[in-house]
Design a protein around this ligand. Structure first.
Ligand SMILES: C[S@@+](CC[C@H](N)C(=O)[O-])C[C@H]1O[C@@H](n2cnc3c(N)ncnc32)[C@H](O)[C@@H]1O
Length: 295
């Protein structure tokens, strides 16, 4: 298998982590292993890396792709990072640094194992679970939620202006909506042409469904707070976010800690990808890196 995901803000994140060779680092979002491997290369045999992902397909890929490199001191575990306190408690060490690179990997978009993460994969079912043990799929939300609740979901988690119209059409046609293509065609019909920019008009609806199916924002809130508590003094937490809902949570949490005198921000402003990175990897365009140092 080939690597698909190009790591975003890789050098910036590694520099911000200020890696100590004997330190303990946690990568909460393993993906294709881009950030993890770069951290691992900087560790001595006394250092320890723990990589977490809630998607078994990401774990399987990395274990196979890096089978020659993975040693005793690179641990890989399937879990949601909201459970980081439990996971780390078995290591008897406090982390020197924690990384979160949020959202989906390119592998999940392009090789989804029939989970319909991408609005381009017309024939895939509306599933969207990163962890296939979760109970509720995207299609279940469309069926179970009322028109009002769906409209609220698209507005709150997708910042979709036409949420009410889309929700109305979905409920009217629910028996015919089973695949990604069924939903994208409906959105295309409902959203007025004048509001369809160069970006796919289904982008926001897909983002909203994915956030709710995977409980992404609550996981982020819990994961951030637990991570900060676990960190060693002077330890660092680096978070890369890709949309304003995620970034607001990170920004507010980091500011609260800094204002309370428990930590400080490495940079006053966000760290963003360079033009060269965006050109090489357009998916990095919306990335924002924030770094918090524990006092
Ligand atoms: C953007 S990718 C990470 C890419 C990785 N940094 C790399 O360079 O290859 C995000 C990964 O985090 C995982 N993920 C997202 N939210 C998670 C959560 N709450 N807990 C655990 N894993 C999560 C996804 O399954 C995905 O594989």
């Amino acid at each position: 298998m080939e690597k698909i995901h190009i790591p975003v803000l890789l050098n910036e994140t590694i520099t911000a982590l200020d890696i100590k060779p004997d330190g303990f680092y946690v990568d909460c979002t393993l993906g294709d292993g881009g950030h993890s491997f770069e951290i691992f290369k900087k560790l001595s045999s006394n250092g320890l890396l723990l990589s977490i992902d809630q998607d078994q397909h990401a774990i399987d890929f990395v274990k196979d792709f890096y089978k020659k490199e993975i040693k005793q001191n690179w641990k890989i575990q399937k879990s949601n990072f909201s459970k980081i306190e439990n996971i780390v408690s078995s290591y008897n060490r406090q982390p020197d640094g924690i990384v979160m690179d949020l959202g989906l990997s390119s592998r999940q978009l392009e090789e989804s194992h029939n989970r319909g993460f991408s609005y381009l994969e017309e024939d895939e079912p509306l599933d969207m679970r990163m962890n296939e043990e979760l109970g509720v799929k995207a299609k279940d939300l469309l069926v179970v939620l009322s028109e009002k609740e769906l409209s609220h979901l698209f507005y709150s988690y997708g910042e979709e202006k036409f949420s009410a119209k889309i929700a109305h059409a979905i409920k009217k046609e629910i028996t015919n909506i089973n695949t990604v293509g069924d939903l994208t065609r409906l959105v295309y019909r409902v959203v007025p042409a004048a509001h369809q920019s160069s970006k796919n008009p289904s982008r926001r609806v897909f983002q909203a469904l994915r956030i709710v199916v995977n409980d992404e924002l609550d996981s982020l809130r819990t994961g951030l707070d637990s991570s900060f508590k676990l960190l060693k003094p002077k330890g660092r937490i680096c978070v890369i976010s890709f949309h304003s809902l995620e970034d607001r949570i990170v920004k507010d949490y980091f500011n609260k800690i800094a204002d309370g005198g428990e930590g400080s921000l490495l940079n006053k402003n966000i760290i963003a990808p360079t033009d060269v990175e965006i050109e090489r990897n357009p998916r990095s365009a919306s990335a924002k890196l924030r770094v918090l140092i524990k006092n």
